[in-house]
Design a binder for this molecule. Structure first.
Ligand code: GLC
Ligand code: MG
Length: 678
């Protein structure tokens, strides 16, 4: 190599040049060099190796050094090591991602709490609850460890069906507050990590809605927004269809001279979803609220959305009944007014719109559908969608509402099994024990069972739903005929939904702390509010409220409880027992619930996978907490529930697949503290 005019190496001196360079073992002294005063001329690499690296050496010198084996080899080793480490890291990351089961979304982690806004908290003292009232009470959800709040409708409405008759889908009813109040509430909920689920009411509007007025006056654009059919003022309805609230579902409209369909009140005309403009309007409304930031929708009365266009009579349940006596929904098979073809396409379309707003992390928009299909569980399950097309995250599971019909372990197992056995693979379960349409469970099942029911709700797999007041065991109120507010009750007093809509019992103050400015409340406060209220129960470790809170925390903090296997181990006339476990984790839970009428002792000695001795982690009866019991003798009183936490390496589910369910299989890897799909 020819180095022309190199810079002199200031640290170098030749053998006879006098100066010495400390021998660091890197130079090769004694080799032949040529030097003139201005430059160093080197003919070969060997000659050059006499030089030592020095600061500011020229590129050529540097290159010469760097090609020497002692520099090159370590450099190459380091390079390939870096490549190998990077590839290993990438491979490990991909493996971990591929093997990790899905993280649970917010609607799976927390119970859903239903607020009936008229009844939750009245901030302005007019006797009706409001949005500011809800905002004032958000601490209640922090206390209960609840993140998902569904608020029943607060749209502008004439309140014939207390908000389920919507006059304007883009406005807030002044009774509940203003749009600013809503925005403030939503912002505060989000800042506290809470999610807001709204009611979406697609089937009908109020008869005061602008669209209905334009439709009855035959405005060309709105003419077919509702379901109209020929009939006359005096008699003949278009067919025998009846409203859910009773009597014909057709009402003659004088302005238009035709009948319109209403599957609920006559003040709630059914929209015509065969009209593309209606479909578009409803999608725009979904966008309106999603843009405002709401976290999900509870889709109201979905099975009624479409009706058969041919308008034929529905078959009578009792063909011998005179047609004029057909007045209730139970008199007909609803072959033409519910679950019509095309319904699921609509819902799937809405789901897709919601997915468009679900892409940012933590911003998933949740959808739950309401449909009472009673004994037709297959119809309910269709709302889960298919493996390829998503629909609701879950349809409400109303089967536990039947629990009070027969409080026994076998009955409860039957109701639970109905869902678990029919739910499509990989879907997520949910459980409802009360809502604004059904009697309160504490009244229908009895106070004795409220704790064990809450224990069931919070230890089953899937999302529990809690109707306001269930966390303290609120009961139905008695409403005299003159006090009836509910339109369904005005038609048939025994069908009134007022009893389960009474003001929330916050304290033993005036009006149970629901409001404190006046003494009006839109429905009477339950007289038991002096003992059954949030404030009193907070002070008592053994209260229904304290138990609810502990269960909610327990559920959230233990993997087997929120995402583990669910396996039946026992059911008899009194007791229903199951366990929750996760592969790879030796911690597991056994839950023994007595729904019967007396104390019993349960023998679980045949369950080999259970340890012989079990310690009570929680009991609905404070005295039994911490007790160590033999698995062959587990005593429970009527309405008592026990949660045992135990440790074992033997899993129950592999040997009993027919008794076990899981939404998504996962195993726990202790060494790395991770879950993986197994
Ligand atoms: C749903 C609501 C109910 C309402 C009905 C009509 O079933 O839960 O309260 O009356 O729809 O909108
Ligand atoms: Mg309809």
């Amino acid at each position: 190599m020819e180095l022309g005019e190199c810079t002199r190496n200031p640290g170098y001196q030749d053998e006879d040049g006098g100066g010495s360079v400390p021998d660091t073992g890197t130079g090769v002294p004694g080799e032949k060099e040529e030097e003139d005063s201005a430059s160093v001329k080197l003919d070969s690499a060997e000659e050059y190796t006499q030089l030592k690296p020095y600061a500011g050496m020229p590129k050529e010198v540097l290159l010469l050094y760097s090609s020497q084996a002692r520099y090159r080899v370590p450099r190459e080793i380091l390079f390939w090591l870096t490549v190998a480490c990077t590839l290993t890291l990438v491979a490990l990351t991909i493996t971990v991602i591929a093997l990790s089961p899905r993280c649970l979304s917010w609607w799976q982690v927390s119970p859903v709490y239903q607020i009936y806004p008229r009844s939750f908290k009245d901030s302005d003292g007019d006797g009706v609850g409001d949005l500011k009232g809800i905002q004032d009470q958000l601490h209640h959800f922090e206390y209960l460890n609840i993140k998902s709040i569904w608020i029943s409708p607060f749209y502008r409405s004439p309140m014939k069906d207390f908000g389920y008759d919507v006059e304007d889908f883009r406005d807030i009813d002044p009774l509940f507050g203003t749009m600013e109040d809503f925005e403030e509430l939503l912002a505060e909920m989000h800042s506290k990590g809470l999610k807001l689920i709204m009611d979406f009411i697609p089937n009908h509007t109020s008869d005061r809605h602008r669209w209905f007025n334009l439709s009855r006056t035959r405005d060309p654009h709105y003419e077919d927004y509702y379901v109209w059919a020929d009939c006359n003022a005096s008699a003949s309805k278009p067919n025998n269809w009846v409203s859910v609230f009773g009597n014909s579902s057709w009402t003659y409209d004088e302005v238009r001279g035709q009948c319109y369909l209403h599957q609920f009140l006559k003040e709630q005309p059914d929209l015509n979803f065969r009209n593309e403009h209606v479909r578009k309007e409803m999608i725009d409304i979904i966008h309106f609220w999603l843009k405002k930031g709401v976290d999900g929708f509870r889709m109201d009365a979905v099975k009624h959305i479409l009706e058969a266009a041919h308008l034929r009579d529905e078959p009578q349940v009792d063909p011998n009944k005179p047609p004029e006596s057909i007045t209730t929904e139970w008199d007909l098979y609803h072959d033409y007014t519910t679950s019509q073809p095309g319904l699921h396409d609509l819902l799937r379309g809405w789901r897709a719109e919601m997915d468009g707003y679900s892409r940012e992390p933590g911003r998933y928009r949740f959808m739950v559908t309401e449909s009472y299909d009673y004994h037709e569980v297959d119809k309910t399950m269709m709302y889960y969608g298919t493996p390829l097309v998503k629909e609701s995250d879950f349809p409400f599971n109303f089967y536990l509402l039947d629990l009070p019909h027969n409080t026994s372990g076998l009955w409860v197992k039957h109701l639970v099994h109905l869902w678990m056995d029919n739910m499509p693979r990989g879907q997520w379960a949910n459980w409802v024990v009360g809502n604004h349409d059904r009697p309160r469970i504490a009244s229908s099942a009895g106070q004795t069972y409220i704790r064990v029911i809450n224990m069931l709700l919070l230890t089953l797999p899937g999302t529990p739903t809690t109707y306001y007041g269930e966390e303290i065991g609120m009961e139905n109120i008695n409403v005299t005929d003159s006090q009836i507010q509910d339109p369904a009750g005005k038609y048939n007093a025994s069908a009134s939904r007022d009893p389960e809509r009474s003001p929330m019992q916050w304290s033993d103050d005036m009006n149970a702390g629901f409001n404190n400015k006046t003494n009006t409340t839109w429905l009477p406060v339950h007289p038991d509010y002096r003992t059954i209220n949030v404030e009193v129960q907070k002070q008592d470790e053994d209260s229904v409220l304290s138990q609810y809170r502990s269960l909610s925390r327990l559920r959230q903090s233990h993997l087997p409880l929120h995402r583990g296997w669910f396996c039946y181990v026992h059911a008899d006339a009194s007791v229903f027992a199951y366990l929750r476990e996760l592969d790879g984790l030796n911690q597991a839970f056994l839950i023994v619930l007595n729904f019967g009428k007396q104390s019993v002792t349960t023998d679980l000695s045949s369950i080999r996978e259970l340890p012989d001795q079990l310690e009570v982690l929680m009991s609905t009866n404070q005295e039994n907490r911490g007790k160590v019991l033999q698995k062959s003798r587990i005593p429970t009183g009527a309405g008592e529930g026990l949660v045992f936490e135990y440790y074992t390496h033997t899993r129950f589910n592999p040997n009993h697949p027919a008794q076990c369910y899981i939404s998504e299989k996962a195993c726990y890897l202790r060494v790395m503290d991770i879950l993986y799909t197994c």
